[in-house]
Design a protein around this ligand. Structure first.
Ligand code: KIV
Length: 258
């Protein structure tokens, strides 16, 4: 039987790969029929906990949210971010990746970086841990404001070379975060594995968005974020209606009482 990972790779040049983050069961269940990959991203640090950086996210937090998301995922490939400092060397990375795979029953892990993490990615893959790469903006390394990547030639060459290195290592796909359009196009054309873009143009083989951004549950105003829903407004509306009916003694009526 063709593995879930192979299915993702086989989509390259055939159909776009749909990827969304989720940090919990109900949301995962709602998006699973429409996604190829669900990522339990360490973006949960800023999205759910209001951390200023993903560096504050712990392995335990990732594991608990992933266990919840797992309950809602039937079809999609489930990928879990390895948080900051959990893959600082080969030995630590393998120990933590094994724990993530075992406790969350995910299909793969994602780590950020290029040449600096190649040996680690290689070691994980050698030990049968499927790995997704992540280039461009690397939130675990950024201090200060996020700026798109690929302005300077040296930066473009580094990202391009890193993508080839990661592919050679055996990662099954690479997230390109805020990479300049023509560079993302060049990488996507060159690699045999799929690229998954976030703020990196339509030329990537797939796209990913953070769930709360996509459904309009937060106030993010970032150039690449398109809000495909207005969930925050819907939640407020439901809470307002509940409040009104309780105050008017309309709810709970007999129909809702024992
Ligand atoms: O943490 C995350 O959600 C991510 C995606 C934005 C790619 O890494």
């Amino acid at each position: 039987m063709i593995s879930k990972l192979k299915k993702i790779i086989n989509k390259k040049n055939k159909s776009k790969i749909i990827c969304i983050t989720s940090y919990s069961k109900n949301v995962a269940e709602a998006i699973d029929p429409y996604t190829d990959i669900i990522l339990v991203g360490d973006s949960l640090g800023s999205v759910l906990y209001n951390y200023s950086t993903t560096r504050k996210v712990t392995l335990n937090q990732m594991i608990e949210h992933s266990k919840s998301a797992r309950l809602g995922i039937k079809n999609s490939l489930m990928v879990v971010d390895m948080p900051y400092k959990t893959y600082s060397n080969k030995r630590i990375a393998l120990k933590n990746a094994k724990r993530i795979m075992k406790e969350t029953k995910c299909d793969a892990v994602k780590i950020e970086g290029g040449s600096s993490i190649i040996k680690i990615a290689e070691y994980l893959i050698k030990n049968k841990i499927p790995v997704m790469g992540h280039l461009g903006i690397l939130p675990q390394s950024v201090k200060g404001k996020f700026k798109f990547k690929g302005k300077k030639n040296s930066e473009r060459n580094k990202i391009f070379n890193d993508s080839k290195l990661l592919e050679k290592t055996g990662v099954f796909s690479i997230v390109l975060e805020c990479v300049e359009s023509n560079l993302a196009k060049k990488i996507s054309k060159k690699l045999k594995i799929p690229t998954i873009g976030i703020g990196s143009s339509k030329f990537c083989d797939g796209q990913i968005l953070v769930i709360d951004d996509l459904i309009g549950l937060n106030e993010t105003k970032v150039r690449f974020v398109k809000k495909f829903g207005q969930i925050k407004k819907n939640i407020s509306k439901a809470a307002k209606n509940f409040s009104k009916e309780v105050k008017n003694k309309k709810y709970p009526s007999k129909r809702y009482s024992y």
